[in-house]
Design a protein around this ligand. Structure first.
Ligand SMILES: [Zn+2]
Ligand SMILES: [Zn+2]
Length: 117
């Protein structure tokens, strides 16, 4: 019997303003990487992603302003999620650690995703 998913926690978050990337070092040693734009596009809040019968404002071909994809800092939510605070003031998107791991865009995970497809 193995658990459905391992529980991993972030040790530290780094925002790379030049490359516009967020990196998280996890306590299993993995270094995760996400582009700011991918994070903003995946914002799970009710406004961006929609809720119930209401569609979200963020669609696949939506073009963001530079402010909307500039990550100013990250707010820690309990022990399960973090919320990026964007330059346009948006901060209601809670990314659970599980979600972040699932959309990891580091070289290792991208290569694994390509091999699967
Ligand atoms: Zn949002
Ligand atoms: Zn990864």
């Amino acid at each position: 019997m193995s658990p459905l998913q391992e529980i991993v926690n972030p040790i530290g978050v780094e925002l790379d303003e030049t490359a516009r990337l967020m990196r998280i070092r996890w306590d299993d040693g993995h270094l995760g990487e996400w582009t700011w734009e991918a994070l903003r596009r995946a914002c799970p809040c009710a406004l961006c992603a929609g809720e119930g019968s209401l569609p979200g404002v963020v669609t696949l071909d939506m073009v963001f302003t530079p402010e909307q994809t500039t990550l100013e800092r990250v707010k820690w939510i309990g022990r399960y999620a973090l919320a990026p605070i964007w330059a346009d003031g948006h901060d209601t998107g809670l990314f659970t650690y599980q979600k972040l791991r699932g959309m990891c865009a580091c070289a290792e995970h991208l290569a694994a995703a390509e091999a699967d497809g």
